[in-house]
Design a protein. Structure first.
Lengths: 374, 301
């Protein structure tokens, strides 16, 4: 069977889970405000957003612990709005993991099998199989689950969810309380596991870094709405608005207005700029406002004779090592006599020499920046 | 070199200090130790002394005999019957209260919401009134021409059932008196069951009954067992219910002890019985506590 191995590169598949106009209100508070989303079978979809953006509420509705106030959730085309969680072929890995403290590792993992009435010997055999899949040693079968370390508990929770054999697995920030190094390991293991099992994973996190590492697609949520859904490359390279753009990473932004002649000039930084027309803004028409957004790694320090579509003069006043890259903070003159800080990231090989003249010229080509609506 | 001498000088007196003076902790504990010795240990020692004194005498600490204990095991003595009544009623009280208190405890945790605090107070409130006063209240309620009987007659009905002064009403009195002692440890036990464990079990396909059996009950067990133990120990020593409501239709063991000390003026006999009962309940409690491994049940070990 090839499909599991080809999963990540396979073309768009039929949707397994569909959300149409899903809303959820608690009293006067609208936690989720109209979400339309098709989850494709076998994909790793991550919903990312700041705390309070409604992502946990969305997940609770998908898992069946809450039902939507409005809209429909369908699984394989069947409406499941009011199907209780124990009747859904879905399983949630809780943020707290929710392991049963009075049961051993093996008993925890085999819990869904016990529910189904599988006999003890078969339960143990399956538990050991799953433990091998999540890389837990066999000797852990009878270990008290509360004696396990944080990373081991993650694996137990994952194995328990897999024992239920769900079609869709949900994850509610299970890695948020794990130290950085272990988190990186577990992220990659989870990604491997996704490929090996071929199941649909829906992951919730506030960390875009986590989302970027693991996901086939990312949905960015803000204030109860899905702002953008796309591959990590799309989210990074073509964010739909400033929120997504800034959520994805540090950016330089320059506010610009379009003059009567059709050219763009800076509002906060003086100068005329060559700009790619922003999406959704008509070329002709009344003067418009927009933001030019340049990621620090696309910003260049221009040497003598080098040219770029746009250039800004500034003074380097700070530098940070980011490991293989170095970030410079450059103060540029803002229009109203104030100052504005721009960020430039250079690889270590192209770093500015020590003791170099702090006065620099920054430059970027119009195609390296994107323009967002003001 | 200079540093070293300073250190030695500084440390030497500090080491001697505990030998000469009590630590602050021991000093603070002194009043409590005194109070316990006087108020808790002294009566027990006196009872122990009396239990081996010459029967029908006050020769405490001056005589030694095991006659009092021998008399308890005499086949003609009826204390074993009282003891059985006490044990049986205590067990019955525990069993019935477990069934009665569980739904209330569940409600206080999961159903009543904001009303929980108020409902808890309602259950605690009777404890502010003396037990005897409350039991006499029930007598007034059930007595012939009392609250129940009188009201029913006034309504032109047949009048209330004649339940007063029966073993049944004794049991009712015990259930009424000891409900809070079962309810609150149980409520606490149920509160220890994390909500997301129940959600997780449900998400993994389990139904209500399965979740209750596999998750809720085992995790609430420490609280439930403590409630049961507390209720049993209190109920086995109960006497007012049998006397006031039961009208001595059954004689409980504490009543026998009381009679020995008061009516028969046989302190050594009463003491021997008290020692025996204390020993029995103590052994039972220790046995139960040794079996009841709280840490393991809470998953800490």
């Amino acid at each position: 069977m090839f499909p599991t191995m080809t999963a990540p590169t396979a073309p768009a598949r039929r949707p397994i889970l569909q959300l149409v106009g899903v809303r959820k209100s608690f009293g006067g508070f609208h936690a989720v405000q109209g979400i339309d989303l098709d989850v494709r079978e076998g994909e790793f979809l991550t919903i990312v957003g700041p705390s309070g953006s409604g992502k946990t509420t969305l997940l609770r509705m998908l898992a069946g612990m809450d039902s939507p106030s409005e809209g429909n959730i369908t699984l394989h085309g069947e409406r499941i709005n009011d199907v209780p969680p124990n009747k859904r072929p879905t399983c949630l890995v809780f943020q707290s993991l929710a392991l049963f403290p009075h049961k051993s590792v093996g008993e925890n993992i085999a819990f869904p099998l016990k529910v189904k009435g599988v006999d003890a010997a078969a339960r143990k055999a399956r538990a050991l199989e799953l433990m091998a899949i999540v890389r837990l040693p066999e000797t852990y079968h009878d270990k008290n689950v509360m004696k396990c370390s944080g990373g081991e508990r993650q694996r137990v929770a994952l194995a328990r969810a897999l024992a239920y054999d769900p079609e869709v697995l949900f994850f509610d920030e299970p890695l948020s309380a794990i130290d950085y190094k272990l988190k990186k390991t577990l992220e990659k293991e989870l990604k491997d596991l996704h490929r090996e099992t071929g199941k649909t994973f829906i992951y919730i996190t506030h960390s875009l870094e986590e989302a970027m590492v693991m996901s086939d697609r990312i949905g960015v949520m803000r204030a109860g709405k899905l702002v953008q859904v796309g591959t990590p490359e799309e989210i990074y390279g073509a964010p739909v608005d400033r929120f997504v753009c800034e959520f994805v990473g540090e950016v330089n932004s320059i506010e610009v207005t379009r003059g009567a002649d059709g050219g763009w000039s800076g509002v906060d930084v003086s100068g005329a700029f060559k700009v790619q027309p922003p999406q959704g803004i008509a070329e002709a028409g009344a003067p418009d406002r927009a933001f030019i957004v340049i990621r620090p790694e696309y910003m260049r320090v221009l040497g003598p004779g080098e040219s770029a579509d746009n250039r800004v003069e500034g003074v380097v006043y700070n530098e940070y090592s980011l490991g293989s890259r170095i970030q410079y903070q450059v103060r540029v003159n803002a229009r109203d006599g104030g100052e504005k800080v721009m960020l430039v990231e250079l690889s270590r090989a192209r770093a500015l020499p020590a003791g170099a003249e702090p006065r620099v010229t920054l430059g970027w080509d119009a195609t390296d920046a994107f323009t967002l609506r003001g | 070199m200079a540093d070293l001498t300073i250190v030695q000088h500084a440390e030497a007196p500090r080491e001697e200090r505990p030998a000469r003076r009590l630590s602050a902790g021991a000093l603070c504990a002194l009043p409590v130790i005194g109070l316990l010795a006087l108020g808790f240990a002294a009566p027990l020692v006196a009872i122990l002394g009396y239990s081996v004194a010459t029967p029908r005498s006050f020769d405490v600490f001056r005589s030694f005999t095991l006659e009092n204990f021998a008399a308890l095991f005499d086949p003609t003595n009826t204390v074993w019957l009282s003891f059985l009544w006490s044990c049986g009623f205590a067990l019955l009280t525990v069993a019935l209260l477990a069934v009665i208190a569980y739904p209330i405890a569940y409600g206080l945790n999961r159903v009543f919401g904001r009303a929980s605090a108020f409902i808890s107070v309602l259950f605690v409130f009777p404890l502010f009134v003396s037990e005897n006063v409350r039991l006499y209240g029930w007598v007034l309620f059930y007595i012939k021409n009392g609250v129940l009987d009188g009201t029913l007659k006034w309504l032109g009905l047949n009048g209330g059932p004649e339940v007063l002064y029966t073993p049944g009403i004794t049991l009712f009195g015990m259930l009424y008196t000891y409900l809070p002692f079962m309810l609150f440890p149980m409520t606490l036990g149920l509160a220890l069951v994390p909500r997301d464990l129940v959600d997780a079990a449900r998400d993994l396909g389990a139904g209500r009954l399965f979740i209750w059996r596999e998750i809720e009950l085992p995790l609430a067990m420490p609280g439930i067992l403590i409630g049961m133990l507390l209720t049993f120990v209190l109920a086995i020593g109960a006497t007012a219910e049998a006397k006031i409501l039961g009208g001595q239709s059954i004689i409980v063991i504490s009543h026998d002890i009381e009679i020995a000390f008061t009516y028969s003026q046989n302190w050594p006999a009463g003491s021997a019985l008290a020692v025996l009962v204390t020993f029995f309940i103590g052994a039972l409690t220790l046995f139960a506590l040794s079996k009841l491994d709280l840490d393991r049940m809470l998953g800490r070990r």
